[in-house]
Write a protein that binds this ligand. Structure first.
Ligand SMILES: NC(=O)c1ccc[n+]([C@@H]2O[C@H](COP(=O)([O-])OP(=O)(O)OC[C@H]3O[C@@H](n4cnc5c(N)ncnc54)[C@H](O)[C@@H]3O)[C@@H](O)[C@H]2O)c1
Length: 219
C-alpha cells in the first residue's frame, strides 16, 4: 500500500485526485490538506509516503519543501511555480520530486509531435485556452511545449468559462499550415498520469523529474 496525502484537496483537480486514490486498490488516502478544509500540508505529512500537490503557483514550492524535508516524495501538478527553487530543495533530499506540466497522455503526445514538427517547418505559434479561474498565464503546458520546440514560439493565452484546458500548436510553411490540437473535456483525463507518477516517484533515477514522458517512454 502506498499512503497518499493530497494538497489542494478541495480544489477542482485535488478533489478528483482524492476520489481516484480512494478507488485504487494499492493506494490509501491518508490526508486532505486545504485551507478550505482547515488542514495544512504539515498536518497530513506524517504517515504519508507521497504528497500530491495541485494547489497554487505561490504555495506549491513551500509544500514541496515541507514534504521533502519530512522524507515524503512529492508529485506536483501545480503550474507556474518556481522550478529552480524545487531543484535546489531536491538536491540534498532523501525523498524524490516529480513534476508534470500536463498529466494527460494526449497533451504529452501533442508536445512530442509539436517538437518533431518544429524541426521541419519554418515557424510556429501556440494558442492555449483555459477556464477563467486559472491563475497563471501562459500555461505550464504551453511554456514547456515552446521550450521543446525549435525557434522562438510565441504563446497566446485565452481565458474563458466553458473551457477546461485546450491547446493548439499551429505551424506554418510555404503554402501550408499544420495544426496539432489537444482538448481536455474532463479533469479525469489527468488521473492515469497522476496514478503512474504516485506509483513510480519513489524509484525515479534523478530528482526532480520533469515531464510525464520520462515515465511513459523511458526518456
Ligand atoms: N499538471 C496538470 O496536468 C494540471 C492539470 C490541471 C491543473 N493543473 C494545475 O493545478 C493547479 C490546481 O488547479 P485547480 O483547477 O484544481 O485549482 P483550484 O483553485 O480549484 O484548487 C486549488 C486548491 O488549492 C488550495 N490551496 C491553496 N493554498 C494551499 C496550501 N498552501 N496547501 C494546500 N492547499 C492549498 C485552494 O484552497 C484550492 O482549493 C493549478 O496550478 C493548475 O494550473 C495542472
Amino acid at each position: 500500500m502506498i499512503r497518499v496525502a493530497v494538497a489542494g484537496a478541495a480544489g477542482r483537480v485535488g478533489e478528483t485526485v482524492c476520489a481516484t486514490v480512494e478507488e485504487a486498490d494499492d493506494l490509501e488516502l491518508t490526508g486532505r490538506a486545504d485551507p478550505k478544509l482547515g488542514t495544512s500540508v504539515e498536518d497530513v505529512l506524517e504517515g504519508a509516503d507521497v504528497l500530491v500537490d495541485f494547489t497554487q503557483p505561490d504555495t506549491a514550492l513551500d509544500n514541496a519543501r515541507a514534504a521533502l524535508a519530512a522524507g515524503v516524495h512529492v508529485v506536483i501538478g501545480t503550474s507556474g511555480f518556481d522550478l529552480e527553487g524545487l531543484r535546489a530543495a531536491a538536491r540534498d533530499a532523501q525523498a524524490n520530486a516529480f513534476v508534470a506540466p500536463n498529466f494527460a497522455i494526449g497533451a504529452v503526445l501533442m508536445m512530442r509531435f509539436a517538437a518533431e514538427a518544429s524541426r521541419h517547418m519554418q515557424r510556429a505559434e501556440i494558442v492555449e485556452l483555459h477556464h477563467a479561474a486559472k491563475l497563471d498565464a501562459p500555461s505550464g503546458t504551453a511554456a514547456r511545449t515552446a521550450e521543446m520546440m525549435e525557434g522562438d514560439v510565441p504563446i497566446h493565452s485565452v481565458r474563458l468559462p466553458g473551457i477546461v484546458a485546450d491547446q493548439e500548436v499551429i505551424l506554418g510553411d510555404v503554402g501550408q499550415t499544420l495544426t496539432i490540437r489537444h482538448a481536455t473535456t474532463d479533469r479525469t483525463s489527468f488521473m492515469p498520469g497522476v496514478l503512474l507518477a504516485i506509483r513510480r516517484v519513489a524509484d525515479v533515477p534523478e530528482s526532480p523529474v520533469v515531464g510525464l514522458e520520462h515515465l511513459l517512454f523511458g526518456e
